[in-house]
Design a protein around this ligand. Sequence first.
Ligand code: BTN
Length: 243
Amino acid sequence: MKIIKLNATNSTNSFLKELGQDTALENFTIVVTNEQKKGRGQQDSQWVSEPFKNLTFSVFTNEFDLEIRHQKYLNFAISLALFNTLSSHKIPNLSIKWPNDILSANKKICGILIENNIKGPKINSSIIGVGLNVNQERFLDSLNNVSSLKNICNLEFDLDLLLLEIIKNLKKTIHLLLLNEYLKLETDYLNALYKKNIPAMFKDKNGLLFMGKIIGVSKYGSLQLELEDETIKEFGVKEISFL
Ligand code: BTN
């Protein structure tokens, strides 16, 4: 394991990607920065994080030899590493919002951006980017469903210690992946899943609102909903949003 600490960079995911083009990266090379100038989120969104207050880091790993058809288990493993770390700090009302946001009391406190390098039918390596809102107290008004550990717990957290705990838990859950413990990963993930089995309102890609109940995640990682007429439908990340 190797930790590279930066004062500022555009994006720790981009930093690792570029570094990996010049040199062969050691498994579990980690880049953490005090400030990201162009933090990237899912679906080409931006990740904005107050400098020095939060964790923004990325982990390179190439130790697993995962088939693309098992990709969802990598997402389960990573989401659970964050969920388990925060659980051990007794952060209240934790859940994983599909596919991989971590919520506390229905507010997003952590986002994950996984970028895989695919070779043939396998995931050759991954860059796992994590943005965890830790000690930030003020957020833009436009971000009304976002919070931080400090706002929720009234406590200041040590960023270095938290990072080491997350890495330890990532190693544990990735180890489960190496052991093909898919059932355990899926069970733990589904137990933590936000709004599982609770009728809720969703929006489809055309902006249409509808009621449904999350019942699970499909073989290839889509969200499975049971609709009001009791039919089961699957949605990809670009096809559905939560209300
Ligand atoms: C999301 O949209 O929820 C995913 C956010 C991921 C943000 C992290 S911060 C560290 C790493 N570097 C990036 O540019 N993005 C990820």
